[in-house]
Design a protein around this ligand. Structure first.
Ligand SMILES: Cc1ncc(COP(=O)(O)O)c(C=O)c1O
Length: 416
């Protein structure tokens, strides 16, 4: 069919979109995509050139790991490409249930529900949990959310407030348990039916952890549910990769955990919510992105099963990731760069103003290092940074090559 040549139809709308895109380009907030020539890895090919990849969430290097690729192939051979359906109509295969039980076993919960992304999981969760009266009358619910939570939690909370008129929400200052606690005290007289405290386990721009033991204490004191998004932590933190709860000594104690299969656990796509059986079962009935959207493709479920199997059998990839992270963090500081301290493979290298971060990332790409800059409005003004992400797929030589490039670029731009 020929494309319409009528220039008047929707002309104002198209012109407004064009102006907005031009404005983003002028303000340097337009997002350009850089194609990788081949697969994801510790070293990738961009425009025919090998560069050290420091910008992916491929924490364990499973995105192109032979065991994971083989498991995906096996899933494809045994179960086909897709289900062409949602779970409850004709979209469940044994390996979906197997994966749900596997995730629950790994994270110390009772049961799990799969989604096609963690975005869908987070967006659906709050709406579903708070969207039914459950026999209560004249009630209100409240969600307390960390100000730096991921956009999918923010949108999930927004949706719940819009769709469920009985839901209130308050965003507490980042990791500020004192403020959260005082709000819960203050709100006591409002007699909320349900209270949910929602936090990322690891925050994606800062690489810092939520104070889970303190949040648990506050949650228990106020009979609130603690919801933790472990997207950047499962397979990453803790001695055996069981995430922030393991790292902070509260494994098995979090009420509800959401996570992704699109980062450490293979990197393709997929998400989950895991917790008490009653919560998971209830979500199967009420969570709209689960009920009205297609099943996770079987080859992804098969690969994710293999990823968790691998972690359960042997934690050498987790150890390698921890080793690489500690090595890079130490070396980059000794070069004179300022970073946000921590233990996570997200290492924010702080550069101050946006143009410096832009120039550094361009210079680094020239020198064979792929790293993305973040600046306002993604992070506060004056806190522009390069977000380095370390992987178990990096060899020490890869990291040394990257550090060498950082030193050269940093000196050239007078950053160090
Ligand atoms: C903390 C957090 N939650 C959720 C998501 C969304 O995960 P997915 O890619 O599975 O939708 C991300 C992805 O960037 C994330 O960083």
């Amino acid at each position: 069919m020929a494309v319409s040549t009528d220039t008047t139809h929707l002309a104002d709308l198209y012109s407004a979109l064009g102006k907005e895109l031009d404005r983003a380009k002028d303000e340097k907030t337009y997002k350009y995509e850089v194609p990788l020539d081949g697969h994801q890895g510790g070293v990738v090919t961009v425009g025919g050139k090998k560069v050290v990849m420091l910008a992916s969430n491929n924490y364990l290097g499973l995105a192109n790991h032979p065991a994971i690729v083989a498991a995906a192939r096996k899933g494809l051979d045994e179960y086909g490409f897709g289900l062409a359906s949602v779970r409850f109509i004709c979209g469940t295969q044994p390996l979906h249930r197997e994966l749900e039980e596997k995730i629950a076993g790994f994270l110390g919960t009772e049961d799990t529900i799969l989604f096609t992304s963690c975005w869908a999981a987070n967006e659906g969760f709050f709406n579903a949990m708070l969207g039914t009266d459950l026999g209560y009358r004249d009630y209100r619910d409240i969600i307390y959310s960390d100000q730096l939570n991921h956009a999918s939690i923010i949108d999930g909370v927004r949706l719940a407030r819009i769709a469920v008129k009985t839901t209130d929400a308050r965003a507490y200052k980042h990791n500020n348990v004192t403020q959260l606690s005082s709000w819960l005290d203050e709100d006591r007289e409002k007699n909320y039916r349900f209270k949910i405290i929602a936090t990322d386990g690891v925050f994606s721009m800062e690489g810092d952890t939520a104070p889970l033991p303190e949040l648990l204490e506050v949650a228990h004191k106020h009979n609130a549910m603690l919801f933790v998004d472990e997207s950047h932590s499962t397979g990453v933190l803790g001695k055996t990769g069981r995430g922030t709860p393991e790292e902070l000594g509260v494994h098995g104690k979090i009420d509800v955990i959401s996570g992704t299969l699109g980062k450490a656990l293979g990197g393709a796509a997929g998400g989950f919510v895991t917790g008490r059986r009653s919560v998971v079962d209830f979500l199967r009935q009420k969570c709209r992105p689960y009920t009205f959207s297609n099943t996770l493709p079987p080859f992804i479920a098969s690969a994710a099963l293999a990823a968790i199997d691998l972690l359960e059998r042997d934690n050498s990839l987790v150890e390698k990731l921890h080793f690489n992270t500690a090595y890079f963090r130490k070396q980059i500081v000794s070069l004179g760069f300022k970073i946000l301290e921590g233990v996570h493979p997200i290492v924010p290298v702080m550069l101050g103003e946006a143009p410096v971060a832009m120039d550094m990332s361009k210079e680094l790409l020239e020198l064979g290092v792929y790293v993305r800059g973040l600046w306002y409005p993604v992070v506060p003004k004056g806190e522009a940074r390069l977000r380095v992400q370390i992987s178990a797929a990096h060899s020490t030589e890869d990291l040394d090559r990257a550090l060498d490039a950082f030193e050269k670029a940093g000196k050239k731009l007078n950053v160090i």
